[in-house]
Design a protein around this ligand. Structure first.
Ligand SMILES: [Fe+2]
Length: 417
């Protein structure tokens, strides 16, 4: 999605003072409604807004460093659409910007998720060392999203499908993420599990075809949907050419540890005894490095909904194992399809226990990390393709919209230093 910046030829302040910019009529006289505006992404130099409208129309964002005195306008260069995304770039780090969104001549009002004000991030000190991206919960091969059934067959939440079966949503969402990550320019990518819907071999093959379009090395983790089950074969390992499902790789003086948090038959979150023994050795020999840990299920201090995290005895044991080390700088997970940050101060200090939302459905995207000498910066991006925008807005309504806020997380859980 290309965006066009339009310098203002005259001061919008004067127009606003004259009362323009609110509740004008859309084309054809129909009232344009701006729905669910969200400030999704913030970096040190950009912010990105999404919203939809009841009718196809245009999209623009006015912004500046003073409220209601706009310095510039950024307009989406798309054709008229109901699904909008506008990126404002070229900003200064650590600066507060005010903004207004507009579609069809109607100005959106500030909301809790799009407050009309944003402070850009301040990067950590020191030079940029490397960048990487994560994706998770690709669910390749899935036909329906968001369906929740209660036994025996009571539909608690209806599912959503893409109308054209020839272009399944998992394909365009994941392919868009891969293309945008390539465009962003990173050094490697970690795919944090639930790569497939049902662990079928052909699903792994399709997933590998999508991921092979990445122009940098990528590393895959197993999720509960990718579990071996009762089979003797293990297409997760075989298709991706892995000897085993837990391993390390290094980037400069960082040691990246990939764990398999999946009990093979049930898919419940657990850390096997073999991994605990291996991890103890890896941590011991990594004392001179900074360590990032990746696993599909989140690691939580408190008892949470069963199945949502690594089960408690193993989570407590993992955090106890990490406690003596002050070089753990982050634990990164997927599985919950939400953006969330928690901490385990007694174990991992200031290192976040970070969960990121699914690539395949609302909010639908990927996460970029910029690693500097003095720390790292995380920013979550929603994918941009027109079908992706529509699918994200559609799946926002999963379980009657009750899950949307939780999945999106707060601005600071998606974007932080
Ligand atoms: Fe999962």
């Amino acid at each position: 999605m290309r965006r066009e910046r339009i310098p203002l030829l005259f001061s919008l302040c004067a127009l606003l003072a004259a009362g323009m910019g609110t509740y004008l009529q859309g084309e054809g006289g129909a009232e344009i409604e701006i729905l669910d505006p969200e400030l999704v992404t913030v970096t040190d130099t950009t912010f990105i807004l999404t919203w939809r409208t009841n009718l196809p129309t245009d999209a623009r964002v006015r912004y500046g460093t003073s409220p209601r005195c706009w310095e510039e306008v950024v307009r989406s260069a798309e054709e008229a659409t109901r699904y909008h995304m506008v990126e404002v770039g070229g900003l200064s780090p650590g600066v507060t910007y005010f903004y207004e969104i507009e579609s069809g001549g109607v100005t959106g009002r500030p909301t809790p998720l799009s407050p009309g004000v944003v402070q850009t991030l301040v990067p950590p000190p020191g030079p940029l060392r490397f960048r990487f991206a994560t994706m998770n919960d690709m669910h390749v091969g899935e036909e329906t999203a968001g369906l929740i059934l209660l036994p025996p067959d009571i539909e608690l939440c209806p599912g959503f499908s893409w109308p054209d079966p020839q272009t399944p949503y998992w394909r365009f969402m994941n392919e868009a993420a891969v293309a945008e990550i390539n465009e962003a320019g990173v050094d490697f990518v970690v795919v944090k599990g639930d790569i497939t819907a049902e662990a079928r071999r052909e699903e792994f093959v399709w997933a590998k075809e999508i991921l092979d379009a990445l122009t940098v090395p990528y590393y895959v983790l197993r999720g509960n949907h990718d579990r071996q089950g009762e089979r003797l074969d293990d297409p997760f390992l075989e298709v991706f050419g892995l000897d085993r499902s837990f391993y390390t790789f290094d980037e400069q003086d960082y040691r990246m540890i990939a764990l398999d948090s999946v009990e093979p038959r049930s898919g419940i979150g657990e850390i096997s005894e073999a991994q605990f023994e291996w991890l103890a050795e890896v941590l011991d020999e990594s004392r001179q490095k900074r360590v990032m840990i990746f696993l599909h299920h989140p690691v939580a201090l408190q008892v949470v909904t069963p199945g949502m995290a690594v089960r408690q005895p193993d989570a407590a044991r993992l955090l106890a194992l990490l406690a003596p080390y002050d070089n753990i700088v982050g634990i990164f997970s997927g599985h919950t399809h939400r953006n969330q940050i928690r901490f385990a101060p007694a174990s991992t200090g200031r290192a976040p226990l970070a969960e990121t939302a699914a690539t395949k459905e609302y909010p639908g995207g990927y996460t970029l990390y910029s690693v500097f000498e003095g720390g790292y910066m995380q920013s979550f991006y929603e994918v941009r393709c027109p079908e992706c925008r529509e699918w994200s807005e559609t799946t926002r309504q999963e379980c009657y919209g009750t899950l949307a806020r939780n999945k999106l997380g707060t601005l600071h859980e998606r974007n932080y230093v």
